[in-house]
Every structure is written in C-alpha cells, then in structure tokens.
Design a protein around this ligand. Structure first.
Ligand SMILES: [Zn+2]
Ligand SMILES: [Zn+2]
Length: 338
C-alpha cells in the first residue's frame, strides 16, 4: 500500500524507507507501517496510519488536508460555510470510541469534510460554490449579505448577541497553575492536532498512560481554541505541574506554558473540568475563542511573559499551509524503493 504524503512534505523525494509496524499511529494508536524519507534537508516520517489518513483525507506526515493543504478544522469550517450546515471531524473522546472508529474502512468511511475533498466531483462542486460566493460578494460589495444563508455568515454578524456568561463562569479564567488533577488549556492554534497536545503532555510526564481509560481525559475544542486535560492520578498531575514550563502574568498569577509544535498553549488548574463549559453551539465557541484571546493578550502583557513568549500563535504547520496555496496537489507515490 502506498503512503498518502502531500507534495509539500515529500518534496522531490521518491526514495522511502519502510518500517513495518514501526510506530503507533498518533490518532488510532494502532501499530502501522512507517515511511521515512529525507526531504528539505531533514528526515521526515509518517506519523499516522494509512487508514486514519484515508478517513480524514489528510497527509500522513503533516496532517493537512491532502487536497487543499489546510488544517482539517479550517477545511471543515469552509465547507460548513458554503453548505450552511455544520461539517466537523469529531475525533474520539475515549479509547473505546477510538477503537470503534479505527475499525472503519477509510475507503468508505469519511470524517467531516473528507467526504468532499477526497472526491473529485464533490471538490469541484464545493470549489464552484466557493467561487460563486466570492463572486457574489465582490459584485455586491457586501460579503455577508451576498453569500448563501450559511450559519456562519449570519452568526458572525450576530456574535455580539450570543451570551456566553454562563460558559465563562465555569471556566478558570482567573485561575493559576496550582494543584488538582485537571487543567484548562487555551491559546490552542487550530492547526495543532489533539494528538500533538496529548504527545506533549506524555513527554512531560514520561508516560502515555496518564489518561484515564474509562472516562474522558482530553477535550479539545478547536473552534473555541481551548480544551481540558485530566490526569488519572494526583501523582501524574503533580508531575505535570512540576514539568510544564511556567510564567507569571502581570497580575502575579502563575500559569503553565505547554509547548506544542511551535505554539504555546496556556495552562491553568481547572477543578470543574467540564466539557459543556467549552460551548456546544458553533457561535458560542466562536465567541468563547474571542474572549479567550483577550485573556491571552493579558497573559502576554507582562514583561516577564513577553520575554519568553514573543509571538502568539505562530505554528509551523500554519506556515506550511500558507506557503502551499500555490495549488500543490497530493501526489500518491508511484516509485518506492524499499
Ligand atoms: Zn491510525
Ligand atoms: Zn504533508
């Protein structure tokens, strides 16, 4: 089986080395055939299995959509916009669900917008709708009114009317990194995948088994750009508190700064770990994200914090996405040397 690697990751490389069951897939955690290759002066390798890649239509290395070269979350948002209904890639929240999804055949089971971008005709149709929307907007000069009545279009206009005070009450916005077994994460770049956050925590605490296998231990809401993690024991949580780099805000609050890829996720204790507090409606999540941006700005306004966190949200993956807008297409490798 040929790996699904995008042109940006692969470069001109055609020589790949294969390691059967060489690693655990970052999404489904099953062992998979890893491909290594040298491109752009460094060794690159596949991090998710072929089936997970097919289900989401993403590159096995960079996890960007294979067709559009953008993060899955952004792809789904664009499609939600033009279809007027929510398109989302819901990742498994627990081990059982993970197994359940992993068993599905990626050829027929597509998650979120993968059903569109993995099909040539559906992609053509979507592109036409995007073009029509843009043209209509240009013609009328009023982007929001001219477009189809998508949920996002109307919602962004009315975001001011969305009330999220109940959500904000449940979130530790004034909290610090102090104790407890659960934590609130924010300033999560949309291009940072859940597995990357899980990986970063795993590396800090030195074991992948920090998660409770029977209850939800990780919730990430990419629209609100925040989430939560919960450790199965106080010892593991304490190890996390000790290991995660900390910074002080201007108000003197100590917060954690979890480094994931090139972005810095802010961390505070969250005794009331609660999925519903991250918002359920799309508009709530959007507004929550905007509110949290203000908290991030406050966090970073301290001279001490600014020194160690110069730029907010400058993910490597994001850069990749923007550099590839010149319509680089997925190339299924045809010439594999083993
Ligand atoms: Zn997988
Ligand atoms: Zn790639």
């Amino acid at each position: 089986m040929e790996p699904a690697i995008c042109k940006t990751c692969l470069g001109d490389q055609v020589r790949l080395t294969r390691a059967v069951n060489g690693a655990e897939c970052k999404i489904c955690t099953l062992p998979f055939t890893v491909y290594h290759f040298k491109a752009h002066q460094r060794i690159n390798r596949t991090v998710v299995c072929y089936n997970c890649s097919k289900q989401r239509n993403v590159c096995q290395c960079c996890l960007l959509d294979l067709q559009w070269q953008i993060p899955v979350e952004l792809r789904d948002r664009v499609l939600s916009l033009i279809q007027g209904s929510e398109v989302a890639t819901h990742e498994a929240q627990n081990e059982m669900m993970k197994r359940f999804i992993a068993l599905k055949d990626g050829d027929s089971f597509k998650m979120g917008g993968a059903s569109v971008t993995s099909s040539a005709s559906a992609t053509a149709d979507a592109l036409k709708r995007i073009r029509d929307t843009v043209e209509a907007a240009e013609n009328s000069g009023k982007a929001t009114d001219a477009a189809e009545p998508g949920r996002d279009m109307s919602s962004s206009k009315n975001l001011a009317d969305v009330d999220i005070t109940q959500l904000l009450k449940k979130l530790p916005l004034k909290g610090s990194l102090s104790d407890g077994t659960s934590f609130f994460l924010y300033n999560i770049d949309p291009s940072v995948a859940e597995w990357a956050i899980v990986d970063a925590v795993t590396e800090l605490v030195g074991t992948p088994s920090w998660k409770d296998p029977v209850s939800t231990s990780v919730i990430i809401n990419h629209t609100a750009r925040c989430g939560g993690i919960r450790f199965k024991t106080p010892e593991l949580a304490q190890r996390f508190i000790n290991q995660v780099p900390a910074f002080k805000t201007e108000a003197g609050t100590t917060k954690g700064k979890l480094l994931v890829q090139n972005s810095r996720v802010h961390v505070v204790s969250w005794p009331q770990f609660n999925r519903a507090a991250l918002g359920t409606k799309h508009t709530e999540c959007l507004k929550l994200g905007a509110s949290l941006d203000k908290v991030v700005q406050k966090d970073l306004s301290s001279p001490a914090a600014a020194k160690t966190t110069p730029i907010k949200k400058q993910g490597k993956v994001t850069k990749k996405a923007s550099s590839s807008k010149d319509k680089k297409r997925n190339k299924r490798i045809t010439d594999i040397e083993l």
